[in-house]
Design a protein around this ligand. Structure first.
Ligand code: CP
Ligand code: NVA
Length: 306
């Protein structure tokens, strides 16, 4: 089987992505019914390179490998030769000699692509400055679990045109739903990513107009990792874009709210939004485990009958 990487949602076909979502739901149900008895990856190793902080991504990948009977190695750039300037390509070649797959959270998406092109084992994007595709697998899984097929539905992104927003745009393309993006002037997503999505994705500046009749609302922090020094300016620029219970009242009655987390209460969301029943963020966070299990399984074994 040719090596497959997962650097963005565009690396898998729409059919493959739909398969992954269903497979993730089936793996989750299997775990609930039988416990962690499905162990297809005994003695297999996933290397996890982290150049940025993480709670959910690290714990979900590490737990996924443990429950699959394998092992995950946490490698921080602080403690490896990567942090001392060993070339990315050399690191990719060395790890390819030893491990079965590599997961990377880093700043530069181009650096990730460089790593993947030198790797002879599958490489998974666990967040770059430009994309966070693993989060979208869990998000679409959660939406599907709770509301059925997402095709032709309407999601709304409120906030920064950041890595998460870019992955929502790619998800709209691949899963064929509409996406409205409500961001301040100057914080739009990248134009090429937007253009490639065609008329499925639109920018709507007014938050009330953006959420009208929407099926799903989502947001993210105003300052991402690496943008900490812009926090104060961003708080001013994003004023008026806080997602509140009252804003959700303008969406469909059965609308859901997602947030990749970590969340900043009192900034991009109201103090109490995560306590609202429309917010399904804990289920969403938990689904990182199941969605990434389906992803690892697909990259290493291809399609598996449920
Ligand atoms: N959503 C997400 O990726 O969380 P972490 O930064 O905690 O991994
Ligand atoms: N946009 C956020 C997502 C964190 C999971 C960041 O990059 O920091």
């Amino acid at each position: 089987m040719a090596i497959r990487h997962f650097l963005t949602l565009l690396d898998l076909s729409p059919d493959e992505l739909r398969y992954l979502i269903q497979r993730a739901i089936s793996i989750k149900n299997g775990l609930k019914t039988h416990g962690p008895t499905y162990t297809p990856f005994a003695n297999r190793t996933l290397a996890m390179i982290f150049e940025k902080s993480s709670t959910r991504t690290r714990v979900s990948f590490e737990t996924a490998m443990a429950q699959f009977g394998g092992h995950a190695l946490f490698l921080s750039s602080r403690d490896t030769q990567l942090g001392r300037g060993e070339p990315i390509g050399d690191t990719a070649r060395v790890l390819s000699e030893m491990v079965d797959a590599v997961m990377i959270r880093t700043f530069s998406h181009q650096g990730l692509e460089q790593f993947a092109s030198a790797s002879s084992v599958p490489v998974i994007n666990a967040l770059t400055d430009d994309y966070h595709p693993c989060q979208l697998l869990a998000d679409v899984m959660t939406w599907t679990e709770l509301r059925g097929s997402v095709k032709d539905r309407t999601a709304v992104w409120i906030g920064d045109g950041n890595n998460m927003c870019h992955s929502w745009i790619n998800a709209a393309r691949q899963f064929d739903f509409r996406l409205r993006i409500c961001c301040p002037e100057g914080y739009e997503p990248r134009q090429d990513i937007l253009d490639a999505a065609g008329d499925r994705v639109s920018i709507v500046r007014d938050p009330h107009a953006a959420v009208a009749d929407a099926d799903l609302i989502t947001t993210d922090v105003w300052a991402s990792m690496g943008q900490e020094e812009e926090q104060a300016k961003r708080e001013a620029d994003f004023a008026g874009l806080q997602v509140t219970e009252a804003l959700l009242d303008h969406a469909r009655e059965d609308a859901l709210f997602l947030h990749c987390l970590p969340a900043h209460r009192g900034e991009e969301i109201s103090e109490t939004l995560l306590d609202d029943p429309r917010a399904v963020v804990w289920q969403e966070a938990g689904n990182r485990l199941h969605a990434q299990k389906a992803l690892i399984e697909f990259l290493l074994l291809g399609h598996v009958d449920s």
